[in-house]
Design a protein around this ligand. Structure first.
Ligand code: HEC
Ligand code: HEC
Ligand code: HEC
Ligand code: HEC
Length: 116
């Protein structure tokens, strides 16, 4: 029984990110990523609105909306919109490039094309 509960909890730590677009689901092992990040693990991804302080655990797409939505936050460096696909790509691929570890090619994250 204890083992079964543990397995359920462990499985729930792997998230399936899917904005229902053309590129299908993205598997995200949350537990492994928390273990891999050493400094300020939560806020390094769950950043606050204006600074990297207290973690705010709202889904990314609560603030990073569809491409072209005027409510999207603007990038401080390039002043263009941080829509949700870009927010995910900048954070996920950005860290994989910096870390020189983790997938950077489309098919490594987007394992399947969505079936029509
Ligand atoms: C490190 C993992 C990662 C890599 C590499 C990556 N993506 Fe994504 N991508 C995501 C995540 C996470 C999302 C947001 C969740 C979702 O919508 O599936 C996303 C969303 C998208 C979306 C919008 C949603 C959809 O399914 O249509 C498109 C289009 C997309 N990616 C295309 C690409 C293309 C093209 C490449 C290669 C140039 C690429 N991605 C590489 C993780 C990745
Ligand atoms: C490497 C990046 C990263 C780190 C580090 C990280 N998270 Fe997350 N977390 C995410 C992403 C991405 C999601 C999915 C957000 C979404 O659905 O839009 C998420 C989702 C969550 C959720 C919602 C889970 C669900 O089932 O939807 C909670 C709660 C959470 N994180 C808590 C934490 C806590 C607490 C920490 C620190 C111990 C942490 N996270 C560290 C990236 C991260
Ligand atoms: C409460 C609103 C909110 C939530 C939730 C949120 N963001 Fe953001 N994000 C912003 C705003 C606003 C900016 C513009 C820069 C700033 O003001 O810090 C931003 C900037 C960014 C940037 C570019 C600059 C930087 O600081 O790295 C990335 C990448 C990003 N967000 C990814 C994410 C991801 C991935 C998640 C979910 C784990 C997320 N955001 C959750 C509001 C939010
Ligand atoms: C703070 C840095 C960081 C961020 C942000 C990050 N990753 Fe990673 N990721 C890593 C590292 C480091 C590895 C390599 C782990 C290893 O090989 O031990 C990795 C490995 C992976 C892997 C291959 C291993 C596995 O779990 O299957 C996938 C897939 C992946 N990341 C997806 C994502 C997605 C999707 C996001 C955004 C939602 C993301 N990552 C955000 C650092 C990060």
């Amino acid at each position: 029984m204890t083992f079964a509960v543990w397995v359920l909890l462990a499985v729930a730590e792997v998230l399936t990110l899917d904005r229902k677009g053309a590129r299908g689901e993205v598997r995200f092992d949350h537990t492994a990523h928390v273990k891999a990040s050493t400094k300020t693990p939560c806020v390094s991804c769950h950043h606050t609105r204006t600074e990297r302080g207290t973690p705010q655990l709202a889904p990314c797409a609560a603030c990073h909306l569809a491409e072209g939505d005027p409510k999207n936050p603007a990038s401080k460096t390039s002043f263009d919109e941080l829509h949700r696909t870009r927010a995910f790509h900048d954070q996920c691929i950005g860290c994989h490039i910096t870390a020189v570890k983790g997938p950077r090619a489309c098919v490594e994250c987007h394992a399947t094309e969505r079936k029509p």
